[in-house]
Ligand binder design. Structure first.
Ligand code: DHB
Ligand code: FE
Length: 285
C-alpha cells in the first residue's frame, strides 16, 4: 500500500526562484537562505519519495477571480511552469500522477470534502519555488507531483480546523492506494508577511516561532486559531500558513499513530518581504 513517510514545510517567495534562476545564490543577501536548505537537499537525495503531494496556493495565475476553488486537486499528467510576468521559470515541467490523484479525489470527496478536479493547470512560484529549494536545479524533478491548490488569496478562505481535517482525509486516501508508494506531503507558503497596505513589510518572529512549535507539538490547538489572528499577527499573506496544517493533519499521530520526528528546522528573516520558515517531519517507521 502507499504510505506517507514524511511532511515538508517551506515558504515560497518568488524572489528565491529568481535568485536561483539568475545565479545569485552565493550573494551575501541570499547565501544564508540557501544554506538553510543544504541539509534538505541532501535529505531529499537520501529519502527521494515516489510521489510528492504538494499543498500550495495559486496567486491568480491558474485561477483568476473568475473562478476561485477552495480546494483543487491536479489530476493531469503534466503541469507547465507558469508565466508570472517575466516568462516561465526555466525549471522542468512538473510530471503528475493521475492514478494516485484520481484515487485521492475519489476517497476525499467520499469523505465529504468537495474538491475541484483540475485536468489542466499551470503552476506558479507557490509550487515551483518549494521544489527548487528542496531539489536544487535538476534536469528533471526527482519524482511525480500531485499539486493541491488551496484558496488563501480571496476571502473567505478555509479554516485551520478544516485544513487539519482535510489532511487526515488525504492520509486515509493515500494509505488505501493499492500500490507500494513512498509519499511525501508538503505544506507550503508563509511565514509572516504582508505585501500591501500600510503594514506592508510586517514580519512577526515571535508568532512564527510559536506557530512552528505548536504545529509540531499541538496541531489540534493550532488548528483552532481563527484567520483573524493570522492576519493581525502574521500579516495578510501570513494566512498562507493554514496550508501547513493540511500536511500536518496527514501525519500518523493525527490518526492514532506515533508522533513525528523533527529532522530539520530553519528560520530566516527576511527573503524579499517574507520570513522564511522550513521544517521536515518524519513519520515513525
Ligand atoms: C512575496 C511573498 C509571497 O508569498 C508571494 O506570493 C509573493 C511575493 C515576497 O515576499 O516578495
Ligand atoms: Fe505567496
Amino acid at each position: 500500500m502507499a504510505r506517507i513517510t514524511a511532511s515538508v514545510y517551506t515558504s515560497h517567495v518568488p524572489a528565491i526562484g529568481a535568485a536561483l534562476d539568475l545565479g545569485k545564490t552565493h550573494e551575501p543577501y541570499w547565501q544564508p537562505v540557501f544554506k538553510g536548505y543544504e541539509f534538505s537537499k541532501q535529505w531529499m537525495g537520501d529519502n527521494t519519495p515516489d510521489v510528492i503531494f504538494l499543498v500550495f496556493n495559486d496567486h491568480a495565475t491558474a485561477f483568476s477571480l473568475d473562478i476561485i476553488p477552495t480546494f483543487a486537486i491536479g489530476t493531469a499528467a503534466q503541469y507547465q511552469p507558469a508565466d508570472e510576468g517575466w516568462g516561465p521559470r526555466p525549471v522542468p515541467v512538473v510530471q503528475g500522477h493521475p492514478q494516485l490523484a484520481a484515487h485521492i479525489a475519489q476517497s476525499v470527496i467520499q469523505q465529504d470534502f468537495d474538491l475541484t478536479i483540475v485536468n489542466k493547470m499551470d503552476v506558479d512560484h507557490g509550487l515551483t519555488v518549494p521544489l527548487s529549494l528542496m531539489c536544487g536545479q535538476p534536469q528533471q524533478w526527482p519524482c511525480p507531483v500531485i499539486p493541491f491548490a488551496v484558496n488563501v488569496v480571496q476571502y473567505p478562505v478555509p479554516s485551520g480546523q478544516r485544513c487539519l481535517n482535510l489532511g487526515k482525509a488525504i492520509a486515509k486516501a493515500i494509505n488505501s492506494f493499492d500500490e507500494d508508494l513512498n509519499v511525501h506531503i508538503w505544506g507550503t507558503g508563509g511565514m509572516s508577511h504582508q505585501l500591501q497596505g500600510p503594514r506592508a513589510g510586517l514580519i512577526n518572529q515571535d508568532f512564527d516561532a510559536a506557530f512552528m512549535n505548536r504545529l509540531i507539538a499541538d496541531p489540534q490547538g493550532q488548528a483552532a486559531v481563527p484567520h483573524i489572528d493570522y492576519v493581525r499577527e502574521a500579516g495578510s499573506e501570513g494566512i498562507e500558513l493554514v496550508m501547513w496544517l493540511i500536511a500536518r493533519g496527514a501525519m500518523a499521530d493525527l490518526s492514532g499513530g506515533a508522533a513525528p520526528t523533527e529532522r530539520h528546522r530553519f528560520y530566516h528573516v527576511p527573503a524579499s518581504n517574507t520570513a522564511v520558515g522550513h521544517l521536515i517531519l518524519e513519520n515513525p517507521l
